[in-house]
Ligand binder design. Sequence first.
Ligand SMILES: NC(=O)c1ccc[n+]([C@@H]2O[C@H](COP(=O)([O-])OP(=O)(O)OC[C@H]3O[C@@H](n4cnc5c(N)ncnc54)[C@H](OP(=O)(O)O)[C@@H]3O)[C@@H](O)[C@H]2O)c1
Length: 242
Amino acid sequence: METLVNQTIIIVGGSSGIGLGIARAALDSGANIVITARSADKLQAAQRSLNGGDRVKAIAADMTAEADIARLFEEVGAFDHLVSTAGTLPPGDPIGQTDMAGMRAFVDNKLIGAIILAKYAVQGLRPGGSITFTSGINKDKPPVPGGSVVSAIAGSFSYFARALALELAPTRVNVVSPGWVDTPMWDILGDAKAGYFADMAARLPARKIPTAADVAAAYIYLMQSNVTTGETLRVDGGHNLI
Ligand SMILES: NC(=O)c1ccc[n+]([C@@H]2O[C@H](COP(=O)([O-])OP(=O)(O)OC[C@H]3O[C@@H](n4cnc5c(N)ncnc54)[C@H](OP(=O)(O)O)[C@@H]3O)[C@@H](O)[C@H]2O)c1
């Protein structure tokens, strides 16, 4: 396993949820980090909460905007690992009622954004580095009806990573596939969240809804393992099995 001490890690989506959990774990592992997301305010709050001094840099950028991402990588220069957890809540309409503008925005924000990141990342990635994307349980357990496109997009990351792992070798390219994770993405449920989580935790083989810290450990592993590439690592409490 490689050390992350003094390595530079870019975390797209690092202002919240799983990305913020990875930022904390990476700092604890001795890395210097760059957190990126669209909202500068949220980034500043995250930077303060991480309390890592000059080991934490925050750069606002929208991964769907090519100019933003070109600027991000130019500003960072050479780096060792790129992680992306950026994403928004998926649309859930049955296929016959798909709002195409909303669906295009979702695909842009998840898949096209990842392609733009990969395009610009290659220029600054140091030898021995890695890229880790984020997919999710929707590819294994699509919500029915309304989950077909979300499932397709989440599933596509595994094949994107396998092909990129060959194209960019020896840079390693992997995917983490979380199940439900207790993050601000679930705040829309309000008071109902506790009940949903208790029901799901009782059904999961691991009997626990993972925290961002639980899931962050998988990203740290994929950055450190110098022989794991083209892999999709499920960290879902066994959700895909039930
Ligand atoms: N939480 C779960 O249960 C769960 C389960 C399976 C899969 N996932 C996937 O895991 C990923 C992270 O989820 P999370 O729960 O950590 O979500 P979260 O707490 O809402 O965090 C999402 C992060 O992505 C950033 N972001 C969104 N769109 C962006 C863009 N276009 N460019 C740059 N940054 C962007 C957000 O900041 P800004 O809004 O300021 O840009 C925020 O920092 C998502 O892709 C989600 O689909 C989550």
